[in-house]
Design a protein around this ligand. Structure first.
Ligand code: DGL
Length: 275
């Protein structure tokens, strides 16, 4: 029997589940996903970059201990703060979420396209989307907007309704009026409130979800040799029960969740919840 391909996926919290969902659709068989959610330390979006680097290094050490075959960054903020060198020097293949998205858009957008990027404060400050997109002549204008209240709201499990609509309006009304050709959901949490964002935008603005492009990249790279159904193990640094509730709501299945403390010496696996 062949072994499943082990893939480590991480985010500051529940946002990366939007990537997990697409990975499971792309790989119904042959993959074992190991999802780490740093829910004790979310949000990453406005924390000092040096602190985040330490967090991300801890997560990479954790994945090394798990023996994963690849690391998928389901976090635009982490992807933004790491240098290209840090990514290529890893012994495990690293999948960026920003690079394949910018490449797709740069290569397929019609001439003189305008692109809006909505993201966390750190992603906007580091401007990796902007730097990548400006390599392409098709893109004539890029706007960036940080939306720091989105992540805490989504982590709280509030994904629709009046509060969401009014915060979306607060951040995006001006941007929607500009009617960009494309709007990148530059934070993996944002697809949770996609319908509220969509309802504010003009129908001529196309929403881009970067999860689609990172998953395509993984699919191009992966060699699947097992026919066993794909599985997911979840590791959370914060409240297990709450994460489980969210999982049930979002993926309809809430099993294989365990607590993990990355800050103690070594990796301390805590309680494991299977149902
Ligand atoms: N979901 C993450 C991202 O894509 C991080 C959000 C946060 O923790 O602020 O940027």
């Amino acid at each position: 029997m062949r072994n499943s391909l082990r893939i480590g996926v991480f985010d500051s919290g529940i946002g990366g589940l939007t990537v997990v969902k697409r990975l499971l659709e792309a790989f119904p068989e042959g993959v074992s996903l190991h999802y780490f959610a740093d829910t004790a330390r979310v949000p990453y979006g406005s924390k000092p970059v040096e602190t985040l680097r330490r967090y991300v290094r801890e997560i990479f050490d954790f994945f090394t201990q798990l023996g994963v075959d690849a690391i998928v960054t389901a976090c635009n903020t982490s992807d933004s703060i790491l240098s290209q060198r840090e990514k290529t020097e890893l012994t495990t293949p690293y999948f960026s979420i920003i690079d394949p998205t910018a490449k797709f858009l740069g290569e397929t957008a019609p001439d003189k396209s305008t692109v809006a990027v909505i993201a966390t404060e750190n992603t906007v400050k580091k401007s990796l989307y902007l730097r990548r997109l400006f390599r392409y002549e098709s893109i004539s204008k890029i706007l960036q907007r940080a939306c720091p209240l989105f992540v805490p709201l989504i982590e709280e499990g509030i994904w629709e309704g009046e509060i969401v609509d009014s915060i979306v309006k607060y951040y995006l009304t001006d941007l929607a009026k500009i009617q960009p050709d494309f709007l990148i959901l530059g934070c993996t949490h944002y697809p949770f409130i996609r319908s509220s964002i969509e309802s504010l935008l003009s129908p001529r603005t196309r929403i881009i979800d970067p999860a689609e492009y990172i998953v395509k990249n993984v699919a191009d790279w992966a060699t699947i040799s097992s026919h066993d159904s794909s599985t997911v193990e979840y590791y959370v640094s914060g409240n297990i029960r709450f994460f489980q509730e969210i999982l049930g709501r979002y993926l309809g299945k809430a099993e294989n969740v365990r607590g993990v403390d990355l800050t103690s010496s070594g990796i301390a696996l805590k309680e494991r919840v299977t149902s």
